[in-house]
Each structure stands twice: as C-alpha cells, then as structure tokens.
Design a protein around this ligand. Structure first.
Ligand code: ADP
Length: 297
C-alpha cells in the first residue's frame, strides 16, 4: 500500500500559501517529512489526518480517498499531534480504556487485553495508574504512541514528536517507532534532521509550502557528495564569507563558528572537504531560497 499525494494546495484566509501543489508518493515504513518551522508540515499532516480541508489536489491511501472518505480514513488512522493540548487528570489506563471504547471495542475483556498490551508495548505499564498530567515529556509521547496504535492503523502520522524530549527519552521514543509494523505508512514530521537520519528510509524536504526533495536519505547525500567544504572562521568574518560563498550551515564548535559551504570546486582559502551530512542537504535546499541559518536552533 502507498499514500499518493497529488497537487495538494492550501492557502489560509490571511493569504499564506501553506501548501503549493505538493505531490509525493509515500510507501510503507518510516517516512521523514523535513522542513523548517512554518514550512507547511503541520498543515499537510492535519489534512492527511482529516482535520483540515485542502483547497485542491488529492490524497489516496490505497483505494481510500483521504480527502473524501474521512470516516473510513479515521478508522485506519493513528495520529500523534504536536500538542495534545490539555492532559487529562485521569490515569493512563483509564484514558486508553476510554479511547479504545470510543474506537468501538465494546467488550470489556477484549478492551482490557488490548490496553494492557499497549501499556506494556510503550513501557508505561508500571505507571498505568498515574495521572497523565503528571507524566514527563517522554512518557506523554509514549502514551501518544499507545493511543495512536489502537485499532491496528494503516496510516500513522507523528507531528514533531521529539521536541522537548531529553536524549534518553528521545532514544526510547525512536526505538518504539521502529517497532511499528512494516506494513504501515508512518509519516514523521520534524524540523530535526537527526530524527530523519536515524529512522527513515525515505524522506522529503518541504519549505514555504513547496516540495524541494523526495527520495532516500542516501540519494540526498549523494546529490552533494564532494561539494561540501568546511572551515573555522572568526565571528566577525561570517558576513564576509556569506557574501562570497554559498554558506549552507554555521555552527559553533568550542565557541568559534564552523561554516560549511557548497561548491563544485575547492574554495581554497583554508577550506577542507568534508563528508556531507543530511543537515547539509537540508540547508542546501533551504538556503537556496532563504538566507542560511544556524544549524542548531
Ligand atoms: P510547520 O508545521 O512546518 O511549522 P505550518 O503548517 O504550521 O508549518 O504553517 C505553514 C504556514 O501557514 C506558516 O506560515 C503558518 O504561519 C501558516 N499558518 C498555519 N496555520 C495557520 C492558520 N490557521 N491561519 C493562518 N496561517 C496559518
């Protein structure tokens, strides 16, 4: 099964074109949707999650018309939004039991079995009686995954999942995501390149509502192989280098800026060739229509 998105567009009432004729084919497995803040990722995720209308275009999940057959899509959809909003003051167990009931599992015994299995899967079993409101960020995200897995979904949408997680929590969350079945389309929307690098076999980059790249991360890396050059500079020199070179990233290492520039030939001048990272790919695409921004938010 594939999710085939064709010519999807969305302009908000204030005139912001959040999606501009986006076409993408998303296979089963983990797919990374990468873009800076404001790129249009959440808009795309909300449209695919049937929470928002598109102005034009189509999205087909196998035979299902995502934009039209909303009820049918919701039955096979697992959605983990960026913000859950209000966290209920009831226990994780009660909440999962409630959502499972809403999804149509009416038999008590069956529901208990399902909820128990989910809590174990996301490693929250020992915390099942605690209120979700008191959970850490990582526990809330794992709870979010548990609720998104109810009903054996075919499409799972995870929007900016690792924001605010510490490295340990992020790892646990990554491990959990990779355990989701291979026959499910999982879309992971993020502005964190590392999320995609570690998890996804296919990816897309969007910026300002436009699709800039789609393919395997390795293809993305190959596209700029041998073209990335690195140099440590003084802070005061950044402007000068930005005007003479295509600076794709700029980060501080031990307090001094290290810049990456994109160039077919060696820029000489103290630059050394460096192996491209996915971050370089990301900023190469992004900086072609905006000014290069620091690689670390
Ligand atoms: P991302 O998830 O990549 O950060 P969004 O889809 O949230 O991007 O936003 C894309 C663009 O649409 C941004 O410029 C944002 O300000 C704008 N936008 C998002 N939601 C609304 C809305 N409800 N009304 C008007 N503009 C919006």
């Amino acid at each position: 099964m594939e999710l085939i998105i064709s010519g999807l567009s969305k302009t908000y009432g204030n005139g912001v074109k959040a999606l501009d004729t986006v076409s993408l084919t998303i296979p089963t497995g983990m797919f990374g949707l990468l873009g800076p803040n404001g790129a249009g990722k959440s808009t795309l995720m909300r449209i695919l999650a049937t929470l928002q209308e598109a102005d034009a275009g189509s999205a087909m999940l196998g035979e299902l018309d995502v934009l039209k057959d909303k009820e049918a899509v919701r039955k096979v959809l697992g959605y983990l939004p960026q913000e859950f909003g209000v966290y209920p003051r009831i226990s994780a167990y009660q909440m999962l039991d409630h959502i499972t009931l809403l999804k149509g599992v009416t038999k008590g015994g069956e529901r208990k079995e399902l909820v128990d299995a989910l809590l174990q899967k996301v490693n929250l079993w020992e915390h099942r009686k605690r209120r979700i409101a008191g959970f850490s960020g990582g526990m809330k995200q794992r709870f979010g995954i548990a609720q998104s897995l109810i009903g054996e979904p075919k499409l799972i949408i995870v929007d900016e999942p690792t924001a605010g997680l510490d490295p340990g929590e992020r790892n646990r969350f990554y491990n959990l995501l990779t355990e989701i079945g291979e026959n499910v389309v999982v879309i992971l929307s993020t502005h964190i390149v590392q999320d995609v690098q570690e998890l996804c076999s296919k990816m897309a980059i969007i910026n300002k509502g436009k699709l800039l790249f789609a393919g395997a991360p390795s293809d993305a890396l190959n596209s700029i192989n041998d073209k990335v050059w690195e140099r440590t500079i003084e802070k005061a020199e950044l402007e000068k280098y930005s005007s003479t070179h295509q600076v794709i990233s700029n980060k501080l290492v031990a307090g001094r800026p290290v810049i990456h520039v994109l160039s077919d030939q060696s820029p000489a001048d103290g630059f050394a060739r460096t192996a491209p990272t996915l971050e370089d790919v990301f900023f190469t695409h992004i900086s072609s229509d905006t000014v290069a921004t620091p690689a670390h938010p």
